[in-house]
Design a protein. Structure first.
Length: 71
């Protein structure tokens, strides 16, 4: 689903979309800017021929922690 900024605001107002933390400056003409924590996960999708959601592929992603001084 693609929403305009006006539609994004309407969905937030109707509580069908929730942003936490919410900041009006994050809403762009057809998107919402997001901020990531210093901890996130990267796909290592080269380890499997395909991604199968019906089975657990624990090595499909790995956690990355950015140094607090660089975050």
């Amino acid at each position: 689903m693609l929403l305009s900024d006006r539609d994004i605001r309407a969905e937030i107002e109707a509580e069908r979309v929730r942003l936490t933390p919410s900041d009006e400056t994050m809403i762009q003409p057809a998107s919402v800017d997001v901020r990531i924590d210093r901890f996130f996960r990267l796909f290592d999708n080269h380890k499997h021929a395909l991604i199968d959601p019906s089975i657990e592929q624990v090595d499909l992603t790995r956690e990355v922690a950015v140094d607090p001084d660089e975050a």
